[in-house]
Ligand binder design. Structure first.
Ligand SMILES: [Zn+2]
Length: 316
């Protein structure tokens, strides 16, 4: 089958709000215009085109990821990079305003990814899955869609129960892609009134894929809790800490970890967390996930987690 990547990209791009970009300062301070609820602009026929094409080509989702990222950066990339470089020179209200505007820009790329992933999810007709989805919505207010994946449906149900038992608020959406093969992604973006908190999982999240010492646990629910931990981090610490690798080093200096710290993290937490050179972005969720499953760490790691990353600790 011949894949028209451009056609599909143009469908997805409908969900990316357009900015009135004139120059860096206008973008940063004045002219950010967000359009709401753009997902609805994609017609059912267009949704079907994308889904059918994904179904016949498992690599398409990755290709679309890349293309969407390029579309976003060509629209925003240069305009965000320059002011970030000089961010450290700003203080007070100006800096606060800059961070606020950057959150809007970040929110845009999150929204584009949301649309893309949403298109990769298929509503299940299997009674046992429909039953779990209904139960999770009624009992915990979590919108789920498991794309016929009964194993992840049961696992998610169990994790949401544990999240609530620990006194934490579950995310608003957890969805399973039928086409995407590896990993998970957590998204968080704000509309005028609501915050979307969504987790998308690939159809195979079995942690036996991890090498020994790569992730902080080998629990079957590791990926779900890890993605949820990103949402927890953003809820508690805001978005200015994780805008992007370039931004983080400038916006949030206290989160940069030293080579020595990363070495200890690699050994005691896992290689995935330890490889996170700039931002502390992946260190938080990896530590959180092990603590979630009742793991423990040395005082040194806990001190770094609570002080430097403003981490979350569970009540025993
Ligand atoms: Zn992560």
């Amino acid at each position: 089958m011949n894949i028209n990547l451009d056609l599909i990209t143009s469908i997805i791009k409908k969900s990316i709000p357009k900015y009135a970009i004139t120059d860096v300062n206008n973008v940063m301070f004045k002219k950010i215009k967000m359009k709401r609820d753009t997902f609805e602009k994609i017609s059912n026929t267009e949704k079907e085109i994308v889904q059918k094409t994904m179904e016949t080509n498992p690599n398409l989702l990755q290709a679309l990821f890349d293309k969407t990222e390029t579309a976003i950066s060509s629209q925003l990339g240069l305009n965000t990079y320059t002011p970030l470089h000089s961010m450290h020179a700003y203080t007070g209200d100006v800096k606060t305003q800059m961070i606020k505007n950057l959150e809007k820009i970040y929110s845009t790329s999150q929204r584009a990814l949301y649309t893309l992933l949403e298109l990769s999810v298929k509503k299940s007709k299997k009674p046992e899955i429909v039953k779990i989805e209904k139960e999770l919505l009624e009992k915990f207010g979590v919108k789920t869609c498991f794309s016929d994946n009964i194993e992840i449906a049961n696992l998610t149900k169990d994790i949401i129960r544990q999240i609530v038992e620990k006194g934490r608020k579950p995310p608003k959406e957890i969805k399973v892609s039928s086409f995407w093969t590896e990993g998970g992604i957590a998204l968080s973006f704000k509309d005028k009134k609501t915050t979307t908190e969504a987790i998308f999982l690939s159809h195979n999240i079995n942690p036996s894929f991890f090498n020994d010492g790569y992730a902080s646990t080998q629990q079957p629910g590791h990926v779900i809790v890890h993605e949820f931990a990103h949402i927890e981090d953003w809820r508690k610490n805001g978005m200015d800490k994780w805008l992007n690798q370039t931004a983080t080093t400038l916006v949030n200096k206290e989160r940069i970890l030293s080579a020595r710290e990363l070495q200890i993290i690699s050994k005691d937490v896992g290689e995935y967390a330890g490889g996170d050179v700039n931002s502390g972005l992946e260190v938080f969720p990896e530590i959180y996930t092990n603590l979630f499953f009742d793991g423990s760490y040395s005082n040194q790691i806990m001190d770094l987690y609570t002080r430097k990353l403003n981490g979350i600790i569970f009540q025993k």
